[in-house]
Design a protein around this ligand. Structure first.
Ligand code: SDX
Length: 380
């Protein structure tokens, strides 16, 4: 049954339909940027020109990180998984920006939401700079949301960094594709934590942890690792599919299958097209894209995959695009989190405003012993 009533996202798993607030995902990807879609999810409507400008200004204004927070990054090992740092930094925002308990809750929530959308982008870029042992690059007023992110990630004091407009477009589209997906594992975590009246930053941090797993958002990293391994070992697409069919191998075809979609994930279609566009720009071929497309072809025509309705999901092609933009494999799930943030926030707000407003508290089917008596220690 439905775990809640929600008016944010519609998924039809049989027909492969995905809509945010009634708008089809294809329509949003073609005609909006990520900031507009974030606004739509959080506020319920697409912004008009004045609202769009004000929102972009506010996001820029809130994009800096508190100076004392910057020292945290330096305390993490260079090899720490970026998702562990992201989760910790997200909950740390509640220590540095504790406005949620202040007098005007409505206004303060609005501020916290904007801060989070803006600062998470800065945090992810700072995680990358720390991993590389490089100085942080602060956000700048002159750039859009995605341009700013690319500049904070890749600007160098040695070689001039030119922001590639195709990468800006790709990033906008990828973030939109990830922006919401109704009651998935991480969003459910955010709603559940939020139902205890825990603050937004803490709730989102729980969502980040849930997203990390390879059966959920961590699959984008796992897909590339699988493709790289197969390429190195010279496995054919058929070899990979055969492995995935062996139940005792513990090997799954990553980026395939979905709890709700029993047909092609509409996001995977868009990501595949975008991937081909981005990779075509350089004129070079990518052996991993070729392998991925071959793998898709073999898998969707294989009886094991057909019988179980297993098709490519959102994570199958996105990693190849992130990789081309220059984002390291272990940061792909951070990119998913950056995109999913407006969705988590919208669900947190929806639960928060629900007049029913009860704490989430599933019950269980108990399967342990009914009643027992404690025996003396020597008799046990
Ligand atoms: C995301 O919920 C959301 O909306 C999530 C998400 C979002 O936007 O938030 O869409 C993002 O999490 C996408 C999913 C990313 N994960 C992966 O790509 C990992 C690989 N996929 C699987 O682990 C799996 O398909 C799941 C977890 C995604 C879905 O699992 P289900 O629906 O619970 O299906 P299942 O595990 O019960 O599998 C059904 C059958 C089983 O075989 P049988 O026991 O019936 O013989 O299909 C098999 C499974 O073994 N199967 C696979 C497989 N996925 C399922 N076999 C090989 N390779 C696979 N990928």
């Amino acid at each position: 049954t439905g775990s809640c009533t929600s008016g944010i996202c519609y998924v039809n798993g049989e027909q492969g339909i995905l809509r945010y607030r009634g708008y089809d995902i294809e329509d949003l990807v073609e005609n909006c940027d990520f900031v507009e879609v974030a606004y739509l999810l959080i506020k319920g409507e697409l912004p008009n020109t004045a609202e769009r400008r004000r929102y972009a200004e506010l996001l820029n204004k809130e994009s800096l990180l508190h100076h004392d927070m910057q020292s945290f990054f330096r305390s993490y090992p260079f090899k720490a998984h970026p998702m562990s740092v992201l989760a910790a930094m997200s909950v740390s925002l509640s220590a540095f920006y504790p406005e949620m308990g202040d007098i005007d809750p409505e206004l303060q929530v609005d501020l916290a939401v904007t801060r989070l959308v803006s600062k998470v982008r800065t945090i992810i870029a700072f995680i990358y700079r720390h991993m590389k042992g490089e100085d942080f690059v602060n956000p700048s007023y002159k750039y859009s949301y995605c341009e700013n992110f690319l500049n904070m990630m890749f600007k160098s004091s040695v070689i001039e960094y030119q922001i590639n407009p195709l990468y800006v477009k790709a990033l906008n589209q990828l973030l939109i594709l990830h922006a919401d997906h109704e009651q998935n594992c991480s969003t459910t975590a955010v709603r559940l934590i939020g139902s205890s009246d825990a603050n937004l930053y803490a709730s989102v941090s729980a969502g980040i942890c849930a997203l990390w797993g390879p059966k959920h958002g961590g699959a984008n990293q796992a897909v590339i690792e699988m493709l790289e391994l197969a390429h190195e070992q010279k496995w054919s697409a058929q070899d990979i599919v055969n492995k995935a069919k062996q139940k005792d191998s513990g090997f799954l075809l990553m980026g395939f299958g979905h709890r709700v979609y029993k047909t092609y994930d509409p996001r995977a279609k868009i990501a595949k097209r975008l991937c081909q566009e981005v990779l075509a720009e350089s004129g070079e071929t990518d052996p991993l894209l070729e392998l991925a497309m071959e793998l898709e072809e073999v898998a969707v025509n294989d009886s094991y995959f057909k019988e179980r309705s297993l098709y490519p999901n959102v994570d199958f092609y996105t990693g190849l695009i992130f990789r081309r933009i220059g984002i390291p494999t272990n940061m792909f799930t951070c990119m998913f989190a950056m995109g999913r943030l407006p969705g988590w926030i919208a669900h947190w707000l929806e639960w928060n405003k629900d007049p029913y407003g009860k704490i989430g508290r599933p019950r269980q089917v108990y399967s342990g012993p009914y009643v027992r008596k404690v025996q003396n220690l020597n008799d046990r």
